[in-house]
Ligand binder design. Structure first.
Ligand SMILES: Cc1cc2nc3c(=O)[nH]c(=O)nc-3n(C[C@H](O)[C@H](O)[C@H](O)COP(=O)(O)O)c2cc1C
Length: 215
């Protein structure tokens, strides 16, 4: 079966965070989540999930999990809200890094490069392949902006559903894809006694140059 990154998706239905159940101390909450993760026999891992790191105009780094949704000679594609924090950071500083970690394989891949917005026709094509719920969500959610509570988001969604009733839901201009054009990639393979393998690739004058790095 051909590998289709764009079709790799799953519904997240296990937990919710109630406004009255969130904790004031994030360290306490982190400990609880870490323990739950440890106790989960086999945590669900999506092979196309990765950490995207961006840097804001003050030089401060930010990192979050995203899903890789395409891979071509141009680079690595992901989608999100153009006005989100990551969107603003990429507008101020187009360089980003992606980190993939596949624990079952004891492998890490690091990718760095310049990011550009995808051609709108490609963003349209991907948007149209999403479920109706995800398409409505892209209109309803002002990604990264504060919400009074969960009900505020649900009310935004209800308004969006009313707005598009009986119509197809087009891609909002503020939502779309990015492509990271790699100029550095590193493949890390865990080995015995911490003597791991690291292969570092750098793009120099259009050609990839490879070096082995010490672990
Ligand atoms: C497994 C997983 C997959 C995610 N996939 C995406 C994604 O593809 N696009 C996206 O914008 N956010 C995705 N998120 C949410 C981001 O981590 C983040 O909360 C969101 O993009 C807002 O980040 P920002 O405020 O730095 O812009 C995902 C989160 C998780 C845990």
């Amino acid at each position: 079966m051909p590998l289709s990154l764009a079709q790799m998706r799953r519904q997240y239905t296990h937990h919710g965070l109630q406004d009255d159940a969130t904790m004031d101390d994030p360290l306490v909450m982190f400990r609880q989540w870490l323990q739950q993760a440890r106790d989960t026999e086999c945590a669900p891992v999506e092979a196309n999930s990765m950490m995207l790191s961006t840097v804001d105009s003050d030089g401060r780094p930010h990192c979050r999990v995203l899903l890789l949704k395409g891979l071509s000679d141009e680079g690595f594609t992901f989608f999100g809200h153009y006005h989100s924090d990551k969107g603003q950071q990429l507008a101020a500083n187009p360089f980003a890094a992606m980190t993939f970690f596949w624990p079952g394989l004891e492998r890490q891949v690091r990718i760095e490069g310049r990011v550009s917005r995808l051609d709108p026709s490609l963003s349209d094509a991907y948007f149209d392949s999403r479920s109706i719920g995800s398409r409505l969500g892209a209109w309803a959610s002002p990604q990264s902006r504060p919400l009074a509570d969960r009900a505020a988001l649900e009310s935004l969604l209800a308004d969006t559903i009313k707005r598009f009733v009986g119509q197809t839901v087009p891609r909002p201009e503020h939502w779309g894809g990015y492509c990271l054009h790699p100029d550095r990639m590193e493949f890390w393979q865990g080995r015995a006694d911490r003597l791991h393998d690291r292969l570092d690739y750098r793009l120099v004058d259009g050609l990839w140059q490879r070096n082995r790095l010490a672990p």
